[in-house]
Design a protein around this ligand. Structure first.
Ligand code: AHR
Length: 503
């Protein structure tokens, strides 16, 4: 057993946690929409064809915001294809994922689904093959009350009241050569500014997310942010970050330390935003939208085989990563990284929601279940509400092949409105538990109300339709806590939620 100490004070404030930090992402990709959210004819489908078993899992997960309809998909998408009577919507070939898109689930279905799931919409416009005019028309269709061509068409299509979509993404990963309509930073910055300008003229209450780099290891990272923001700083409200991690070599120690990279990524993007702010003598702060993040590496080979066999197929089983217990630990650490940057990261989307690199899996016509990564997200979305506090952590650390001096104990802390406190932590050690000393003397009388633990002796353990509960949370060992001080046991390789309540 190793010793570590965590000190917390109500004055160690990072910032308020925006509920949109617990967003997710639904793309027209694989079986995310078709066979995931939407499957008319499924025994659990409701009157709209939405799977109610999936809806129940989504609600339990606590997701707040859903980014849609892509992703790479959006850069070739014509939003007008997705409205009007279903049987007259065109069937299109999606070049992003080499798939046939039937458009039977579109804008109205998305809004209806969001309302049923109790989540806020976050809609991306196509700045790959299209531009400012189509983006403006879409805002008019969605948000204008009536009396104009597009708003009246919305009414004719059955939605009398505006959808009121308040959060919009200006394209997707426009820095990537794989993107339909890939652009240079200057080309993209200009078009993002013009599109954003027309969109805000249509609805001044909307907020806009401009595309940052698709990953921190893109060769254009930093120059991209700098140039794009130089073109559109005054128009946009957030800049996006995307990051996926994997462990193809089975190096658990390095894999669990990947948030060192994520942390630096966030700090660098915030610094670039502030540098452009300074250069422009602007009063406005552009914040961060980490709108694609997750583990993604299990499905690569399988995807190639699926596409070889069935290019241009429908609802193909693509990006169906089956998540291990180890992946859940990194997802927990990624969530804590977001919480520790709550002052700048206001929106984040776990990519994606169902079947495609997702916490929820389904069988076509059959069962739905929670993957390992479902649980840390559920805990953070449920208990990570309030004010993010900076925990002072004194922990032994380790060196691994990719990083040096990585603390074994990774932690984040949240002060709730009712005076309660939640501490999340991961023990990255593969061998030893941690005896964690707690010093919360500044909080008055707290009691340790609950210790939730996610642990499995096999890092490769997964949940499947036949064995959906192999990895699931259980009560943790807890410890002692009295007079603002205590000691708890944090088992080796574990995700923990320590909930403290006012006495
Ligand atoms: O989430 C899967 C894909 O990853 C998205 O379509 C794209 O934006 C990213 O490269």
């Amino acid at each position: 057993m190793q010793n570590a100490k965590l000190t917390l004070d109500r004055d160690f404030v990072i910032g308020p946690i925006d509920p949109r930090l617990y967003g997710s992402f639904v793309e027209h990709l694989g079986r995310c929409v078709y066979g995931g959210l939407y499957e008319p004819g499924h025994p659990a489908a409701d009157e709209d064809g939405f799977r109610t078993d999936v809806l129940a899992l989504v609600k339990d997960l606590g997701v707040t915001t859903i980014r849609y309809p892509g992703g790479n998909f959006v850069s070739g998408f014509q939003w007008e294809d997705s409205i009007g009577p279903r049987d007259s919507r065109p069937v299109r070939l999606d070049q992003a994922w080499s798939t046939t898109e039937p458009n039977t689930f579109g804008l109205h279905e998305y809004i209806t689904w969001c309302r049923k799931a109790g989540v806020q919409p976050m809609y991306s416009v196509n700045l790959g093959t299209r531009g400012p005019a189509e983006a403006r028309d879409l805002v008019e269709y969605a948000n204008f009350p009536g009396g104009s061509y597009w708003s009246d068409l919305r009414k004719q299509n059955g939605a009398e009241a505006p959808f009121g979509i308040k959060l919009w993404c200006l394209g997707n990963e426009m820095d990537g050569s794989w993107q339909i309509g890939h652009k240079t930073a200057q080309e993209y910055g200009r078009v993002a500014h013009e599109a954003g300008k027309l969109m805000k003229w249509m609805d001044p209450d909307i907020e806009l997310v401009v595309c940052g780099s698709s990953a921190s290891d893109m060769p254009t990272f930093v120059d991209w942010e700098n140039t794009v923001l130089d073109e559109c700083y005054d128009t946009v409200d957030y800049i996006s970050l995307h990051r996926y991690y994997g462990n193809p070599t089975g190096d658990t120690a390095s894999f669990l330390a990947r948030t060192v990279d994520m942390d630096a990524f966030i700090q660098t993007v915030a610094a670039v935003c502030d540098a452009v702010k300074g250069k422009k003598h602007s009063e406005k702060t552009v914040n961060l939208s980490f709108d694609e993040w997750n583990v993604w590496y299990h499905s690569g080979q399988q995807d190639e085989e699926v596409l070889q066999k069935n290019k241009w197929g429908r609802a193909l089983p693509l990006l169906e990563d089956v998540y291990t217990f180890e992946d859940a630990l990194l997802v927990g650490s990624m969530l804590m990284t977001l919480i520790r940057h709550a002052d700048r990261v206001k929106i984040a989307c776990l990519a994606q929601l169902v079947n495609v690199i997702a916490p929820i899996m389904t069988e076509d016509g059959g069962r739905a279940w929670a993957q390992t990564i479902y649980y840390p997200f559920l805990h953070a979305a449920r208990f990570g509400r309030g004010t993010s506090l900076r925990p002072l952590v004194a922990s032994p650390a380790y060196d691994c092949s990719e990083y040096r001096n990585v603390p074994y104990l990774d932690a984040a802390a949240v002060l709730h409105e009712d005076g309660g406190v939640t501490v999340f932590c991961v023990n990255r050690s593969e061998e030893e538990g941690i005896s964690l000393e707690l010093d919360f003397r500044a909080f008055g009388e707290l009691s340790l109300a609950e210790h939730i633990l996610l642990h499995h002796p096999d890092v490769q353990a997964v949940n499947t339709a036949d064995d959906p509960d192999r990895v699931r949370p259980e009560p943790g060992p807890g410890g002692t806590f009295e007079g603002g001080r205590g000691r708890v046991t944090i088992p080796a390789l574990s995700w923990n939620v320590l909930r403290f309540a006012q006495k």
